[in-house]
Ligand binder design. Structure first.
Ligand SMILES: Nc1ncnc2c1ncn2[C@@H]1O[C@H](COP(=O)(O)OP(=O)(O)OP(=O)(O)O)[C@@H](O)[C@H]1O
Length: 249
């Protein structure tokens, strides 16, 4: 479904990505980890068209995404969240979802009088568990609820591939758990790539992990394989290795 080949990104001579290959199969929940500056966000930016790679190809369902505009990539079925949730505070939860859902629709369908809640919005509401808050303005939501709303807004656009950048950052333990369940559920009928630093979260919810380091793929595999890899332990030096990829002690 997604196939990156030899992706290179130079920022004024600085190699942020130095030849990344990444293959993600349909229906996978893939975690992307790596120390600060490893290139995780840059990789997401390349897939979504925010950053154009110096070289390489991004195959998605038979299309090469390189050089395409961001909105075109969204239309092809690729959606992303950012590290901080982007929601419209003055609008209600429902209005935010409705707006997001209309994003992929042609203009003529928006000009027709629409009644009630569309199926996509309803589904996004129930999946994220935000039904009770549907009529509240997004400005009053807690940090966790905002993140879920943003994920809901993404779902309302009906993407096939979702890219989530640190969805549990700043969340309480309970919120993390709920997010883990949400992501697991979403991955049942979508392909999902999650950038995440939180190792506890990874241990609980990740199956396949790709480790980036200094703009390259260091290793890939199951959580256990990656945790046991001495090279992974090494790049996380500075933190105790057990904090980074350890055994949960
Ligand atoms: N627009 C830019 N111009 C110049 N350098 C950049 C730009 N964007 C990112 N970089 C550099 O590229 C490298 C990779 O950054 P990136 O944000 O992709 O890392 P990351 O793995 O997402 O890190 P973090 O975990 O801190 O978010 C970093 O050294 C960063 O300073």
């Amino acid at each position: 479904m997604l196939e990156l080949r030899d992706i290179q990104v130079d920022f004024d001579g600085f190699k942020a990505l130095g030849g990344v290959d990444l293959t993600v199969a349909e229906g996978e929940l893939r975690f992307l980890i790596g120390p600060n500056g490893a290139g995780k966000t840059t990789l997401i930016d390349v897939i979504t068209g925010l950053t154009r790679p110096t070289s390489g190809t991004v195959g998605f369902d038979g299309h090469d995404l390189v050089g395409r505009k961001e909105h075109h990539i969204v239309r092809l079925g690729v959606g992303r969240t950012f590290q901080t949730a982007v929601v419209f505070e003055e609008l209600t939860v429902l209005e935010n979802l409705d707006l997001a859902a209309s994003f992929r629709k042609p203009l003529w369908s928006l000009m027709r009088q629409r009644k009630g809640v569309t199926e996509a919005v309803e589904e996004a509401l129930s999946r994220t568990g935000l039904e009770e808050l549907a009529e509240r303005s997004a400005g009053v939501l807690s940090h966790g609820q905002r993140q879920w709303l943003e994920i809901g807004m993404l779902l309302a656009q009906r993407p096939r591939l979702l890219l989530l950048d640190e969805p549990v950052a700043g969340m309480s333990r309970e919120e993390r758990e709920r997010t883990g369940e949400l992501l697991t559920g979403i991955a049942r009928d979508h392909t999902v790539i999650v950038v995440e630093h939180d190792m506890e979260f990874l241990r609980r919810y990740a199956s396949q992990v790709t480790v980036l380091h200094e703009g390259k793929v260091l290793t890939e595999g199951s959580v256990d394989q990656v945790r046991a890899d001495p090279r992974v332990q090494e790049v996380y030096l500075g933190r105790r290795a057990s904090d980074a990829v350890g055994t949960g002690s």
